[in-house]
Each structure stands twice: as C-alpha cells, then as structure tokens.
Design a protein around this ligand. Structure first.
Ligand SMILES: Cc1cc2nc3c(=O)[nH]c(=O)nc-3n(C[C@H](O)[C@H](O)[C@H](O)COP(=O)(O)OP(=O)(O)OC[C@H]3O[C@@H](n4cnc5c(N)ncnc54)[C@H](O)[C@@H]3O)c2cc1C
Length: 471
C-alpha cells in the first residue's frame, strides 16, 4: 500500500511542468481521512523540538504535516556513544514515519517562509531522481558540513499552513576556519556518528599496515577534538573508553600509540558547568592521558593536518569539530521577524510566538522553539532540555486551541541540571543553576544519574530495551 502511494507521488512530481508545484490538500499524503474543519499545523524540523510536538499534538484535531530534512529524530546525547560503538546507531534515532498515516510527512528542506501568505517554499531532501540534477552542491546546504542529507531533486513545492512551529535547530559553527568543512567531522546527526566510527577503525587498519613508519602510525592515531563544550568532552571520553577496551584488545601495540587531544580557545573546558565540576573533568582527563589544550587556536585545516597558532602543524587521523552553533540558513533568510543580536536566532515572546520586525507584534500563528529561537526576556541555553520543554508547552497550547480554549499562560523553564560523561564510568551533574534542590555531583553516582536520565528520556519501547542492552 505504502509502495503504491509512494510510486504515485514520484510520478506526480515528474509530471509537473512547473518547477515549483503547489501542495494543495495532501496531494501526496498517505491518508484520505482528513476532516474538512481541521486547521493545518506544519511542524518544521524533527529534532528535540519538532519531534516532541509531533508526538504530543492531538492528531485528531489538527491536520498535521511534518516537514523535515531528516526522516527521523536524533537522540543527540547518545550520538557520541554511537560514534565509538558503545551503542548501535538505531538506539539514537526514532522515525517520523511512526506517526504516519495520521500525519503527512515530507522529507524536505524549507527554503523560505511567506508569513503573509502563510506558505513555505520547500525542496525535497531525498536523493535526486535519475533524470534530475541536484540544485546545489550537497556540501553547501548540509547542517553538519558533511553528506547528511540530500540536496534535493530540483522540483520544489509550496506548503500552506494555518499554524506553524519552527524547530529547525542550528548548524555547526566553524568560525570560517579554512578547511574545517572539508576535512573535519561534525557530530550532529547519526550519519555523522556512522562516519566517525568508520574513520576510527580505518585509522587503526591503516596504521596496522606493515609498510608504515612509527611516525606515520602516530600521526594516524592522533585523534583531535576541537571544542571543549559538553559534546567535545563526551566524545573524548567515549573515545578514551574505546581505546582502553576493544582497541586495546584487538590492536594492543597500536593502542599504546593512540592519543586524544582536546582543543579550545578558552582557558577552561566545560565553561557552562560549575567551575569545580569542570576542574574534576579536567583532572580526570589528565589522569586518563587525554591532553587538554586550552588557549589554543586552530587557524587552518588541511587533509590529515591542522595548523595551530601555539603549536604549528599537527597531523591527525581524525578531527572532530564541535565549537558551538551557527544560525540555520532558513532563519538567516527570514527578514520579516525580529532576531536576537548575538545568536541571530528568532526572538519570541514568553508564549513562544515569533515577533514581527515592523511593529514588534507577536504572530499568533507562528511559534519558534529549540536552537533556532531565543526568548526576548529570558536567555536560556541551546539544549535538548530547553527545546523539549518548549515543545511540551506548545503541545498543550495547540491542544487547547484545537478545543477552542484560550491559552496565554507564559512558558516557564524548569532547570533539571546539566550532565556530561567524562569517561571511565564517571560523569558530572550540575544542578547549581536550578531553582530548588541545588546540587553538584561527580564520579560514579553522577554517571548513574547520567545513564538513568538518558534511559528515562529514551522514547520508544524498542530503544528502552535496546539502549540498556548495549550499555
Ligand atoms: C552530540 C550532541 C550531544 C548533545 N547532548 C545534549 C545533552 O546531553 N543535553 C542537552 O540538553 N542537549 C544536548 N545537545 C543539544 C541538543 O541536541 C540541541 O539543543 C537540540 O537538538 C535542539 O533541538 P532542535 O529541535 O532545536 O534542533 P535539532 O534537534 O537540531 O533538529 C533540527 C531539525 O530540523 C531539520 N531541519 C534543519 N533545517 C531544516 C530546513 N531548512 N527545513 C526542514 N527541516 C530542517 C533537521 O533535519 C532536524 O530534524 C547535544 C547536541 C549534540 C550535537
């Protein structure tokens, strides 16, 4: 049944004369049972914000369309574990298709939004059809700098909405350091994790060739991570665990040559954590032989080497780049709405509605959540926790609106604290910024909290079984 409908949809694309086709009432949907009086809700993005809205919104009362460049949700805190093989890749994803046919889902990029006409211009994010060419070089439009998503088929379409939730997240920040996009790995998507895992094993197999000198081996087994935030730290920790378990078992002499280096321009790693916890992580890394190179500036990256101001040329086998967030090009393209000066994210009021630039009025039909948005009166961190809580708030609001009820209660953030894995079954837990029960924890207990927190948040029954099984 699904195949028949999909075939029909492909044909309908190819037969269109115009490049941009009008997506009228569900021309390519898999369901025909749409009640006429339902308002259409479009959710842009299937990450921590968008997927939670998809999960929670009343699909009987809303005509829901999920429009996302990826056909799945990434459980980002588990990506570092997937990249080193602690977890299988499927542990960190949940498919959008779980909610079809109740909702319509398009794997597509939204390129622009017309807030007056209430339309979105979209391009498929699926592989180009054999007779079509991708409209842009793939590297230019992927959030991660890699090949995570397809550029599109060249046949765009227009999607209408009555209500819109913008949850497109942010891209990886490179600070325009030359060569990063071409030669470094990012870690934002399960496909990035897959590429990193492949590269780690490739480095060991290359280093194992009998023709190599020890210098060449050491260069290949030099693993560099740029960015001392939680993502960089957790990846370094997971990589350390891998080197001291499976790698040591299978490549004992090479494991001794491997090195992990963590770079940051700041004087300390984990700047968003309580200072004593960040120091705990630093000490733990030093004991584990992970080099922390703070106050270091990477100036250029080339194939297999980077140029560091304080060190000169540094050869590497794998470089993972995680230096924060850059605005999503869709958000950059929006000129009608107010934006945050520092992050260029969309500004929202405390009901999470976007704010028009002219007049500064909230748009009652459009909300923005997650890494793509900042509240004008409350600066919250760009985390899954914030995106998820905002999404839950939007769900309540939408479900009330669908019942004709008023909902003006402002969004309130409840700080659950921050966690980071630091390797060797140890973690740090910082709840010093919470309103009540302020606490800090490090070591084994924090590690137990780290695991139980992510186990609790795992969404599907499948992953509730798989994740602890692999752990
Ligand atoms: C490796 C890693 C580990 C992390 N660990 C933690 C953690 O432990 N705790 C924590 O709180 N936070 C963590 N974070 C941060 C957290 O993942 C983000 O804050 C969160 O993903 C933001 O959610 P979002 O919905 O705004 O965006 P995302 O989750 O990034 O989702 C964006 C979605 O929009 C889609 N999209 C993008 N552009 C378009 C477009 N133009 N058209 C259509 N679709 C588009 C993407 O395909 C994606 O589906 C981590 C991040 C990473 C990368």
């Amino acid at each position: 049944m699904l195949r028949v409908n999909y075939f029909a949809s492909v044909c309908s694309i190819s037969l269109r004369a115009s490049r941009v086709a009008e997506a009228t009432a569900r021309p390519r949907g898999f369901s025909s049972s749409v009640a006429r009086n339902k308002q259409s809700l479009v959710i842009l993005g299937s990450g921590w914000g968008g997927y939670e809205v998809l999960r929670g919104v009343d699909k009987k009362r809303w005509d829901v369309t999920m429009l996302s460049a990826s056909g799945y949700f990434n459980f980002t805190p588990l990506l570092a574990g997937c990249a080193v093989g602690t977890l299988e890749f499927r542990c960190a994803v949940e498919p959008v298709r779980r909610y079809t046919p109740q909702v319509t889902a398009y794997q597509a990029w939204c390129d622009s939004i017309d807030f007056k006409q209430k339309t979105l211009q979209c391009m498929p994010a699926t592989p180009p059809l054999t007779f079509e060419k991708a409209v842009a070089p793939i590297e230019e439009i992927t959030p991660t700098g890699g090949l995570s998503h397809f550029a599109g088929t060249g046949t765009g379409f227009t999607q209408r909405y009555d209500k819109l939730v913008i949850a497109v997240g942010a891209y990886a920040q490179t600070f325009n350091v030359p060569g990063v996009k071409a030669h470094a790995h990012f870690l934002k998507d399960v496909r990035d994790a897959r590429r990193i895992r492949t590269r780690i094993l490739e480095c060991f197999e290359q280093a194992n060739q009998p023709t190599l000198s020890d210098v060449e081996r050491r260069n290949l087994l030099n693993f560099c991570i740029v960015g001392g935030g939680p993502t960089g730290v957790e990846f370094a920790a997971e990589l350390h665990d891998l080197l001291h378990s499976d790698i040591r078992r299978h490549y004992p002499s090479l494991a001794a040559m491997a090195k992990i280096n963590l770079y940051d321009v700041a004087p300390n790693i984990l700047g968003t954590f309580d200072r004593s916890l960040a120091s705990y992580a630093e000490q733990s890394f030093r004991r584990d032989g992970i080099s922390i190179r703070t106050n270091h500036h990477v100036e250029k990256v080339e194939k297999g080497k980077m140029f560091v101001k304080e060190q000169g040329e540094v050869a590497f086998g794998l470089l993972v780049w995680s230096t924060g967030l850059a605005p999503n090009p869709l958000i950059t393209s929006i000129s009608q709405l107010a934006k945050d000066e520092k992050t260029s994210s969309l500004l929202t009021d405390d009901n999470l509605n976007v704010i028009t630039k002219d007049g500064g009025m909230p748009d009652p039909d459009v909300w923005a959540i997650g890494d793509a948005a900042v509240m004008q009166d409350q600066r919250l961190p760009a985390t899954a926790q914030v995106a998820n809580q905002k999404a839950k708030y939007i769900v309540k609001k939408l479900n009330k609106i669908a019942k004709g009820q008023n909902s003006t209660k402002p969004f309130e953030f409840h700080n659950q604290g921050s966690l980071a894995y630091v390797g060797d079954w140890k973690a740090i837990y910082d709840r010093s910024g919470a309103e009540n029960v302020k606490t800090k924890e490090s070591g084994r207990l924090a590690w137990l909290l780290w695991r139980s927190a992510y186990f609790t948040q795992t969404l599907s029954l499948r992953n509730k079984i798989l994740v602890p099984t692999y752990w």
